[in-house]
Design a protein around this ligand. Structure first.
Ligand code: GDP
Length: 196
């Protein structure tokens, strides 16, 4: 797969410090523990590209990975930890909104959500902002291996129904880093965003 070429490119302490607004980038976001790091590692077939099991609520860097010049994957900090002070949450939300609005190279947003708890408030906020900025969204229902096939399909249908309410380009797919379920579908969507 093309995504195995991903290499660490840079870190930024804040979305506002991201440079290189050229070419195409796709951002990955999700609540802490949603399985974002695992999904990035699965996608790139690299065990430690994105760091898993970070300290909850700690200020995290934005990590940028490069596939080749001007094609990037952006790993946004996980959100939703109760212990983070309100002021910090507000600041982060504001800078995230700004990123979705102003980042010219941003061609798609992957929002990772545990298949058992999709579309929590912050996930919805994020998707609303992306739709308002005409950024296509892939809502990735992670840890799909946690559910049996019947329940998994039911959750997917429910989530697709819920996604219609955003009135935008919001695709829903199931995914598992454990057994690679949904990996081809994820790659296909990323391919279209990157123009591959
Ligand atoms: P992040 O905080 O969003 O980066 O989440 P991580 O990738 O660190 O995963 C959080 C926890 O969920 C870890 O204990 C992972 O082992 C687990 N996890 C991640 N993806 C999967 C998956 O596809 N299936 C299962 N069963 N567990 C997963």
């Amino acid at each position: 797969s093309y995504y195995t070429k991903a290499k660490f490119f840079t870190s930024a302490p804040d979305i506002r410090h991201l440079k290189n607004d050229t070419g195409i980038e796709v951002a990955f976001a999700g609540r802490s523990n949603a399985g974002k790091s695992s999904a990035l590692n699965t996608l790139t077939r690299q065990k430690n590209l994105a760091r898993t099991s970070k300290t909850p609520g700690r200020t995290q860097l934005i990590n940028v990975f490069e596939l080749e010049e001007d094609l990037r994957l952006v790993d946004l900090p996980g959100y939703g930890f109760a212990k983070v002070p309100v002021a910090m949450k507000k600041k982060w939300q504001a800078s995230l909104g700004e990123y979705l609005q102003k980042r010219k190279s941003l061609k798609g947003l992957v929002v990772l959500m545990d298949i058992r708890h999709p579309f929590k408030d912050l996930d919805q906020d994020l998707i609303h902002w992306a739709v308002a900025s005409s950024i296509p969204v892939l809502a990735l229902l992670t840890k799909a291996d946690k559910l049996k096939s019947g329940k998994r399909k039911a959750q997917l249908l429910m989530a697709r129904e819920a996604a219609m309410a955003f009135m935008g380009d919001v695709t829903v797919q199931t995914f598992s880093s454990l057994n690679k379920h949904g990996l081809p579908e994820l790659e296909r969507i990323l391919d279209t965003w990157f123009g591959l």
